[in-house]
Design a protein around this ligand. Sequence first.
Ligand SMILES: [Ca+2]
Length: 316
Amino acid sequence: MKSAVHAVLIALYAVLAVLFPSVIADDNQEYRSTLRTHSLFPPYLDQDVQSRWWDFGGDTVINANKHVRLTYDRPSQTGWLFSRLPLTASNFEIEFEFKVSGSGQNIFGDGMAVWITKERAQSGPVFGFVDKFEGLGIFIDTYKNNRPGTMFPYVMAMLGDGKTEYDHDHDGKANEIGGCSARGLRGASIPTKGRITYYKDNYLELQLQYKNEDQWITCFNVPHVTLPTVSYLGFTALTGELSDNHDIISVKAQNIYTPTVANPQQAPVNAGVPKANQGSGWGMFLLKLVFIGAVCGSLYVAWTMYAKQRRRSSRF
Ligand SMILES: [Ca+2]
């Protein structure tokens, strides 16, 4: 009898662990919450034809049902889209859906970029943004200027110090901290996505989805990266003689809380943080204990009633 109850409890614990991992898991695990301030979804604009959290400019055009188009498939365009507020989270994940497409069969360009930089909301020569930037630039480069032996499109990251110029003549090679070829990214038949994961002072990773849905390919993982404390999230694109449509379809930013940022002074402040996600320590532990106790108790009562019923019915 006792061993049967024990078995039921173990099974129950296993089921709960699957259904409610955050309730069962220990306090060492990380918690995530959506950063509304740095996320963007259709229809992009509110009733006043404005965006609360984002600014856009240059040649950028918003189609409320489809995308934020940074450049049309026309020559000499630059467009930008930038968060209004700085990204203050210590650790975060940014997943963005984008699209590079156009009528060019063999030659097209120049490409687009994702920025986490001190500067914001300007047009310039580096994939539509200013040169000598401070912070991170991730370039989705579709036109090969001069980089022998490298297949294009090429995706790469540069950490700018505010002084160093982008190595335009060699497609950024001089300042590359990580990168990968992504053949098939332009005009892919599935939604193309990027996912940036950043753990302050720890690592920066970029994964890409462009071959198959839900197949994420790690483009680079660079250790010991530290981004400027105050930096904005942005997307830009540029066309020259060659062109393409460069679109942003959605952005989903998440704050990652790890046990090491439990210090409230370090924890980033954001309107979109649910209180429950911040719980840790004894309060959370007790809550879990009460929850598990309640579920186990009610299951035990149900089980004994069922056993009693069975014994009764087996007499007849
Ligand atoms: Ca290039």
